[in-house]
Design a protein around this ligand. Structure first.
Ligand code: ADP
Ligand code: MG
Length: 242
């Protein structure tokens, strides 16, 4: 049983068709990279996968949940599917620890001592154990993004979605965030990541998907896809990006 199934998904915003029949299937523990030009539909696809956008037709199943249920079903789905964006959106008036404990406390009704224990554990995973009592503005951008990842992990997700999480970071801060993601991949997390980091996609993603004009234009094992693009569009993209 794949952990993520996307079948012939169509999505429009008004008259603009952004996803034109997208299908993919991700097995447990696999890492998929989504690449493609700005506007090709990568973020929309990711947002559809955890119900932030409603699809017009097709089918999505993720972490054992079918999309399209009621609000309660959607809440359940979202506890199993973490999503991290370019902007980390930590609460500035809460400490790092409190930021991480918030969702488990509110959404999952986890008792405070347990939530604290989980927060310490996920902070350690992202290498920030000593920042538990710090406030977000005392951290670098890279550290804040690692806290955002930890906050997602505190929900014990089965699938993690990452949308250009390093795009706003300087190169050296980018590296520390990528290392956290690479460790997650090694630990067996099922992940789909939109990224501009071609080297990272090539090294860490089992499969890479090239999106173009709302379609999956090309896909394959990452090593093959980058080494031997089959379409002029991907050849052009790979060339212009590196
Ligand atoms: P990517 O992440 O690949 O850059 P997006 O999925 O963000 O692409 O966007 C794909 C297209 O959908 C773009 O033309 C964008 O302007 C449009 N789009 C995205 N979100 C919305 C929205 N909420 N309303 C209207 N158009 C949108
Ligand atoms: Mg995007």
């Amino acid at each position: 049983m794949p952990e993520v199934v996307v079948e012939n998904v169509h999505k429009s915003f008004g008259a603009l068709e952004v996803l034109k029949g997208v299908s993919l299937s991700v097995g447990r523990g696999e890492v998929f990279a989504l690449i493609g030009r700005s506007g090709s539909g990568k973020s929309t696809l990711l947002r559809c996968m955890n119900g932030l956008e409603k699809i017009n037709s097709g089918r999505i199943e993720i972490a054992g949940h079918a999309l399209g249920g009621d609000a309660k079903a959607l809440r359940k789905l979202r506890t199993d599917v973490g999503i991290v964006f370019q902007s980390y959106n930590l609460f500035p008036h809460l400490t790092v620890g409190e930021n991480i404990m918030l969702a488990p406390r509110i959404v999952k009704d986890v008792a405070k001592p347990k939530a604290r224990e989980v927060a310490r554990e996920v902070l350690q995973l992202v290498g920030l154990s000593e920042k538990f009592d710090s406030y977000p503005d005392q951290l670098s951008g890279g550290q804040q993004q690692r806290v955002a990842i930890a906050r997602s992990l505190a929900m014990r997700p089965k699938v993690m979605l990452f949308d250009e999480v390093t795009s706003a970071l300087d190169p050296e801060l980018t590296e520390e965030v990528l290392m956290v993601m690479e460790q997650l991949a090694r630990d067996g997390m099922t992940m789909i990541l939109v990224t501009h980091e071609m080297g990272f996609a090539r090294r860490v993603a089992t499969q890479t998907i090239f999106m173009h004009k709302g379609k999956i234009w090309e896909r394959g094992p990452s090593a093959t896809l980058f080494a031997d693009p089959q379409t002029p569009e991907l050849r052009q993209f790979v060339k212009s990006d590196v």
